[in-house]
Design a protein around this ligand. Structure first.
Ligand SMILES: Nc1nc2c(ncn2[C@@H]2O[C@H](COP(=O)(O)OP(=O)(O)OP(=O)(O)O)[C@@H](O)[C@H]2O)c(=O)[nH]1
Ligand SMILES: [Mg+2]
Length: 239
């Protein structure tokens, strides 16, 4: 029987985590340089959270979204991943895993901006390579003073990435936020990808309306000044 806490953290009904004896299971929320924040199921089945160290014997460096086993305050095992979101190799450096065990990738593009064509293509490719459904999220539609702006962006996006599912949103007016919430139903792990300033943090805040977090994985800015957060949030609505 799947533990309810693990299900609420995004474990699929057909997945099972069998921990080494004496270990507990949980999910990694965010990696710090050599420590990790995680949520796990305690001895009595209660939900726990806290900062963990990494056992030196880990075969795999964990990332946000990983299912883990822990003993004491150490991560002792990283379970095999259902999928990995990888930032594709650049300048000869090895591909970097941004997040694991993801259900949906939101490619976030603001209504008005220079369209970073190669970046959008790259983000879409990340989703496709991971075998994860991409959804295009057009943000800041409240800035649509020109009626044709949305239609024209949508047409350009279809040219660029084909007919992927689309949601149009405004964190300011709340437009489309419920559509996004529906895509992030109970146990769904979503990742927001997009350029710095595209509106990812604002979307998370609009989804939550409060500081109480749930479960969309925040994620990556690719511009030079971009902030980059790889953190799992839990939404109070269940996603
Ligand atoms: N008009 C309007 N502005 C928005 C909306 N969403 C975000 N913004 C503004 O856009 C700017 C960037 O938004 P953020 O949510 O911080 O963008 P981000 O994608 O998290 O950026 P990084 O963290 O740098 O990657 C802020 O000044 C927001 O106020 C929106 O729906 N409408
Ligand atoms: Mg941000």
């Amino acid at each position: 029987m799947t533990n309810q806490t693990l299900a609420s953290l995004g474990l699929h009904p057909d997945e099972e985590l069998i921990p080494p004896s004496g270990s507990l299971t949980g999910r990694l929320v965010i990696m710090h340089s050599d420590e990790a924040d995680a949520i796990w199921v305690g001895e009595q089945g209660e939900e726990c959270s806290g900062r963990l160290r990494l056992a030196r014997t880990l075969a795999l460096k964990p990332v946000a979204g990983d299912w883990i086993a822990l003993k004491g305050e150490r991560v002792t095992k990283v379970f095999p991943r259902r999928n990995e979101l990888r930032r594709t190799q650049t300048h000869g450096r090895p591909a970097q895993v941004l997040a694991a065990n993801v259900d949906v990738v939101f490619v976030v593009v603001p209504l008005h901006s220079e369209l970073h064509q190669r970046m959008v293509e790259g983000l879409l490719a990340m989703a496709v390579e991971a075998g994860v459904e991409p959804v295009l999220v057009i943000t800041k539609i409240d800035e649509g003073d020109d009626e044709n702006a949305l239609a024209s962006l949508q047409a350009r996006m279809v040219d660029l990435i084909g007919n992927v599912r689309q949601v149009t949103t405004s964190a300011h007016t709340g437009a489309g936020i419920e559509d996004l919430r529906e895509l992030l139903g109970a146990g769904v792990t979503g990742v927001l990808l997009g350029a710095s300033g595209a509106g990812k943090t604002s979307l998370l805040n609009a989804l939550e309306g409060s500081k109480e977090l749930t479960k969309a994985l925040s994620r990556t800015g690719e511009g030079r000044h971009a902030t980059s957060t790889r953190k799992l949030y839990r939404l109070s609505s269940g996603g």
